[in-house]
Design a protein around this ligand. Structure first.
Ligand code: 3PG
Length: 305
């Protein structure tokens, strides 16, 4: 079987080596398409692929049409909003993700960016510490739980809200469970977003909600840009000059946000999962899932059931 790794943002070399070993150990062939710049390159590469490993790479109906032999696509990572699941199902393609494999990397970046934000982006002015501050985690999944663990190391008070995770599970992790998003934003100095991009969460983080942050509040986004209502957030940040926004996913309105000097930062390219460890964990997990699918039809991590 031909296993295509199609990554516009490549894995670390050690991860590619690990994926290759894994795929070849099962008698399959690995084909690499890295740093591609045109969709046409992807359309060409998928033509004879039986399986595909991707990151944030878009797999839409056009890609699936071109992928005549494709049986399985694995998103090496958590969020699978880049795969058209309906189209995958109608093309009889199994779509999977690798939950939890890159979550520590994303959680660590949250604190890298937070320290920078509360120290005024290292501009020389006196900042604040994270110790003793209240951190709100919006969605208590794999990344949220890692964020809670690290936050406790910083001596932060940790709060969380998750529409799908029962309060007793959150409390069992030593985290205060909030009853709503509103309560989370009202109760915390900093809120960290870990919600997926779904029809329910699109543009759900807007003026009214973020305005509930107390004076000097910080919003940090290492989830998806689509969950932010950018127009509303820009308006709020203009009205509330005490608030800061830091993000690992550059907003469409980056140029407008950049005018909020000293209160905004975006990484140039999503960096949360960009560590050797996360690439190795997620990439090899993806390869193993593909091997298991071809060996005995295992679809444990299927997201288009
Ligand atoms: C994920 O959903 O796993 C993260 O957002 C990482 O995405 P990436 O592999 O595109 O960096």
């Amino acid at each position: 079987m031909k296993v295509l790794v199609a990554t516009e943002k490549p894995f670390a070399a050690a991860a590619v080596e690990g994926i290759k070993k894994e795929v070849e150990s099962a008698g399959h062939e690995l084909v690499l398409l890295e740093k591609y710049t045109e969709k046409a390159q992807l359309l060409h590469a998928v033509k004879d692929a039986d399986a595909m490993i991707i990151r944030s790479d878009k797999v839409d109906a056009e890609v699936l049409d071109a992928a005549e032999k494709l049986q399985i696509v694995v998103r090496a990572g958590a969020g699978y909003d880049n795969i058209d699941l309906k189209a995958a199902t109608s093309h009889h393609v199994v779509a999977e993700n690798t939950p939890g494999q890159n979550s520590n990397a994303v959680a660590e970046l949250v604190f890298g960016m937070l320290v920078m934000a509360v120290r005024n982006f290292y501009n020389g002015k006196s900042g604040t510490e994270l110790k003793g501050k209240r951190l709100g985690i919006l969605a208590f999944g794999n990344v949220g739980r890692n964020v809670a663990r690290v936050a406790k190391g910083f001596g932060m008070e940790v709060y969380a809200y998750d529409a799908f995770c029962p309060a007793d599970v959150i409390e069992a992790a030593g985290v205060h469970a909030c009853k709503s998003q509103d309560e989370l934003f009202e109760s915390c100095d900093i809120v960290s977003l870990h919600i997926p991009a779904t029809p329910e969460t699109l543009k759900s983080i807007g003026y009214q909600l973020v305005n509930k942050l107390p004076k000097g509040g910080v919003l940090i986004n290492t989830a998806r840009k689509e969950v932010i209502n950018e127009d509303e957030l820009l308006k709020l940040l203009a009205d509330r000059t005490d608030l800061k926004y830091v993000t690992d996913i550059m907003p469409d309105a980056d140029a407008a946000f950049k005018k909020l000097e000293g209160r905004y930062f975006s990484t140039p390219k999503k960096m949360g999962a960009q560590t050797a460890e996360a690439n190795i964990n997620a990439g090899i997990a993806a390869a193993k899932q593909i091997n298991a699918y071809f060996a005995d039809g295992c679809t444990k991590y299927q997201v288009n059931k």
